[in-house]
Design a protein around this ligand. Structure first.
Ligand code: ATP
Ligand code: MG
Length: 425
């Protein structure tokens, strides 16, 4: 810990405060409803897994495994890692719970992931993903379904101007031939390769296409493209996917440089990008990974999924001026005096019985009538229920509209629920 006495969060890890939580809840609720509408079920997996899982699934020669993982030894000497993405742990869970034998599953999950990157706008060390995966489906119709779910999510959230890039990586076999051709190309331009690319040249030259180094963009742009080496089945798979997307009216662009940062993809890969968030333009990415389950020791199972970055989606919602109202109480209960406090609490509990779902904030910690009314106003509530000792004696309350001109009404305790029902329906 630093010697600085001021408490600070870890760099690149953010607190999400009540003032901004409405966006998070809106995004997550919208996604949850949508996933359920398509028949996907939630699954929750641990945030920590054995380091070997990520090395084996994501691949040794990737940015994530080479330099971004939070890895530590626990007290039993096991080497563990905070998950840098959700897919690997989710696949592990499917295998270790025996869910892949002659079965199909459509699942989703959400939560924090961790990558030790250089923090900047849209790039954090703890960030949040919404993740969806389907197991046991080999055909391109599933690829289409997963992509059109993303399009519908943007539509539900009100997001505009996102573009969809798609590509096919073929099978590991067809990729093998391409890999060799690509390797030859980069060897010819050896002097233009940066340190990372030199390291990847032998092990996985496709990774070089994924480089973010601006100095290498031209070299990458002129590299041979995988499309010309695709096997016929992968080409047909890709064509059917495009056919489905066209039929549903989702425009897409084939981007031959799209290889994705992770090693386990096969056939379809896609990415949604925006130009409205500066350098961090990828908001959602996914693809098919038919080989991963087997690679991790499960039965060979076709699979595909995608993940979106919640921080970037929310930043885009804000950039596009999509308003999400913060939650505020409907009613604030002002209680002046000891007897009012006791009677008021009982009355409020009865109200909660009668009107589940209505947000009622009860004044706590006393205060004068005036100061409580100030708090009521600040809370954003539409109405204040006012109870003093004389109201207790008469078994009535005052109902005061805080947002509009309306004479304050006096209601008996028995009338109150009906009066609120009338105003809030
Ligand atoms: P990038 O190219 O921006 O590094 P990535 O290819 O590493 O993204 P994925 O592994 O595909 O990203 O993760 C899925 C999504 O998670 C991305 O599309 C992006 O929206 C989001 N994301 C990735 N890294 C970060 C990060 N460090 N901070 C915030 N969001 C991120
Ligand atoms: Mg990255």
């Amino acid at each position: 810990m630093s010697t600085d006495s001021k408490l600070q969060a870890i760099r690149g890890m953010n607190d999400i405060l009540p003032g901004e939580i409405a966006y998070w809840q809106y995004l997550e609720n919208t996604a949850r409803i949508l996933f359920t509408e398509y028949g996907y079920q939630e699954i929750r997996v641990p945030i920590v897994e054995h380091t070997g899982l990520f090395k084996r699934s994501i691949g040794e020669l990737t940015d994530i495994v080479e330099k971004e993982m939070y890895t530590f030894e626990d007290r039993s000497g096991d080497l563990l890692t905070l998950r840098p993405e959700i897919t690997a742990g989710l696949v592990r869970a499917m295998i270790s719970n025996g869910m892949l034998h002659n079965q199909r599953h459509k699942v989703w999950s959400a939560g924090p992931v961790f990558r030790h990157e250089r923090p900047q706008k849209g790039r954090y060390r703890q960030f949040h993903q919404l993740d969806i995966e389907a197991f046991g489906y080999a055909g391109p119709d599933l690829d289409a379904e997963l992509i059109l779910m993303t399009a519908r999510l943007w539509q539900r959230l009100g997001l505009k101007r996102l573009s969809l890039n798609i590509n096919s990586l073929g099978t590991p076999q067809s990729r093998h031939a391409y890999r060799e051709i690509l390797r030859q190309y980069f060897i010819q331009h050896h002097d233009q390769l940066d340190e990372d690319s030199l390291r990847r040249l032998e092990g996985n030259p496709l990774r070089i296409l994924d480089t973010k180094n601006p100095a290498m963009q031209e070299l990458v742009a002129n590299a041979p493209v995988l499309k010309d080496y695709l096997d016929t089945e992968s080409a047909a798979h890709f064509k059917t996917l495009q056919y489905h997307l066209d039929a549903v009216g989702i425009p897409s662009v084939v981007n031959p440089r799209l290889v994705r940062g992770l090693d386990y993809y096969s056939r379809t890969v896609f990415e949604w990008i925006t130009t409205e968030l500066g350098a961090q333009g990828a908001v959602c990415a996914g693809g098919r990974y038919n080989g991963l389950v087997e690679q991790l020791g499960g039965e060979s199972t076709p699979a595909m999924g995608w993940a979106l970055g919640e921080e970037r989606i929310i930043a885009l919602m804000q950039a596009q001026d999509i308003q999400v109202a913060a939650a505020k109480p409907a009613v604030y209960v002002v209680l002046v005096g000891d007897r009012a406090e006791a009677a008021g609490f009982a009355l409020t509990e009865r109200l909660r019985d009668a009107m589940p779902g209505l947000s009622i904030e009860t004044n706590c910690d006393g205060g004068s009538f005036k100061s409580q009314l100030k708090r009521a106003d600040k809370s954003g509530a539409r109405y204040a229920i006012v109870i003093g000792d004389s109201e207790v004696d008469q078994r009535i309350v005052g109902l005061k509209n805080l947002r509009a001109e309306e004479p304050q009404s006096q209601l008996s305790w028995d009338e109150l629920a009906a009066a609120l029902q009338y105003r809030f329906n």
